[in-house]
Design a binder for this molecule. Structure first.
Ligand SMILES: [Mg+2]
Length: 340
């Protein structure tokens, strides 16, 4: 076998993809976790047991890189500050947790106006205040070209109520906590230069609202079994629950909560609205599995939970007018790019 042929089969970043890389890097970490690490790499947050406490500590972190996650002229600085914290708050929500403290780091390129940073900070701090989250540290540095924000957020949850991706049970109902696909359609409008025509969709993409209230309610209900927030795309995020729980799923096409605005946009763009809902991502609603009675109980408590499917023993499909169709687990992969 020639060296060239060998190299053709050697793993590289593009063939591994983002999730393959995470598996490769985390193998050594997982092997060395002490018992206090109740959940390490691979969930929305790490879950750490505290001595003599019925609460667990939650950790999450997210990186926002200019030209990868946002364009400086495609988002207002206030929206950027809001979104940077919102996506981390959403990961705390996905555990049924309550946010506590944030660390914020900034890499600032030349040419950024002080007024831009003031606005960014105002957007971040307004959302932090709203959710009683304190910024207690971070780091600042210069950058050669791009603006980079890194946030780390801690939270707490009751140890016996924290919701992992791995808890789904066969027979569970699958729920989402709000409409899906609007953010993906908003991004599509932004990239297509049609942002001015679709302000509500674009706002859903640029100003996501973390679903902390319903997340905490789900944790306390004792009736939910697994949860994740919809960041990479509904199909891919549900795929994570299925993989980690060792189960399958069937979604019902006519149950997907598609907003009238999304349906209008999809029609105008000649696209299927369900494509945005299943593969669009960045909705930051919660996707959970649990007892069917969660739906009516949530409604009675003033929360929205829409039943969209059921957990099965195996398989991954969408039931539409033509019966069950296999569902792609595609979504965004940072090292492979958008799904084909
Ligand atoms: Mg998440």
């Amino acid at each position: 076998v020639s060296a060239d042929l060998k190299n053709a089969h050697a793993p590289n970043l593009a063939t591994l993809g983002e999730f393959g890389l995470i598996d490769r890097l985390s193998a050594r970490c997982r092997a060395a976790y002490p018992p206090r690490v109740r959940c390490g790499i691979g969930d929305d947050c790490a879950v750490i047991a505290l001595p003599h406490s019925d609460e667990v500590l939650l950790y999450t972190t997210d990186l926002l890189v200019e030209r990868v996650h946002f364009l400086r002229d495609g988002i207002t600085p206030r929206q950027l500050g809001h979104k940077a914290l919102a996506v981390n708050l959403s990961d705390i929500a996905a555990m049924g947790g309550t946010p506590r403290e944030a660390l914020v780091s900034l890499a600032i390129p030349p040419g950024i106006a002080l007024a831009f940073l003031d606005e960014l900070w105002a957007g971040l701090m307004d959302l932090a205040d709203h959710h009683h989250t304190s910024v207690v540290g971070g780091d600042t540095t210069s950058s050669k070209v791009d603006l980079v924000l890194s946030l780390t957020l801690t939270g707490v949850a009751l140890a016996n109520r924290v919701l992992l991706r791995s808890g789904a049970l066969v027979g569970d109902t699958i729920f989402v906590s709000g409409p899906i696909g609007e953010s993906g359609a908003g991004l599509d409008a932004l990239l297509g230069g049609k942002a001015a025509d679709w302000p509500a969709l674009v706002r859903r993409h640029l100003e996501p609202q973390p679903h902390l209230g319903v997340g905490q309610w789900l944790g306390q209900s004792g009736l939910a079994h697994a949860m994740i927030d919809v960041s990479d795309g509904m199909a891919q995020d549900l795929g994570h629950i299925c993989e980690q729980s060792g189960v399958g799923a069937r979604l019902f096409a006519d149950a997907l909560p598609l907003s009238p605005e999304l349906v209008r946009y999809a029609r105008a763009a000649g696209r299927d609205p369900a494509d945005f809902a299943l593969f669009g991502g960045e909705d930051y609603v919660l996707l959970c599995t649990g007892a069917a009675e969660l739906g009516p109980r949530a409604a009675a408590a003033g929360h929205t939970l829409v039943a969209i499917g059921e957990v099965t023993a195996s398989g991954f499909c969408l039931r539409g007018p033509d019966g069950d169709v296999p569902l792609r687990q595609a979504g965004f992969d940072h090292l492979r790019g958008a799904p084909a």
